[in-house]
Design a protein around this ligand. Sequence first.
Ligand SMILES: [Zn+2]
Length: 207
Amino acid sequence: MIRRFTLACVLLLAAVAPALAASSATSSTGPAWLHLLGLAVVGVTVLATTNLTLVDQAKRLDPNGQIADIAELLSQTNEMLADMTWKEGNLTTGELTTIRHAPPGAIWNAPWMTKYPQWTGADGLSLHFKGPDGREFSIDHRASNCTLPNDDVHKCWIRHGTPPDITVDKRAGIPGASAATTCGAGAGSFVSANWHGFLRNGHLENC
Ligand SMILES: [Zn+2]
């Protein structure tokens, strides 16, 4: 294969040389070697577009300055990509933002609450969600009908699961529960003036 390629190059040069000679014979702007130089410059320009620039090099390095593992995602496709909505997060595994308007069903941790143990679950989170009526519910707070109002250890609502796929009920003290004990208030549902329902498997369910 290499020998055939070399032969093709030789034939190409052989064809170019007479053309250059003819050109120099009818022009007084320069000798034939100048045309050859021009040909060489064109060749260098083409080669440069296939080499890495410093920007290209930087894109291929990981934070430690080593050659990074490169995933050629654009070489793969899937039918769902046309229908899928997505955005790039500003964290490695998510998105940290400020809440101004949250849609019904949105759930978030309130880190400004986690310095109060009575409003924080065993996992160190103080979770809130937006109900169908637009009201904000605080899962780790005290229920208005709590039967142990002087006990800061128990939780009126017990969380299970990893946010946002959580279920809230009264099953305290089992593995993964957000508290060891609960009170006698309700059955783990949430109620406001306009909505009454449960949070199960990350979904709001009407009673
Ligand atoms: Zn309670």
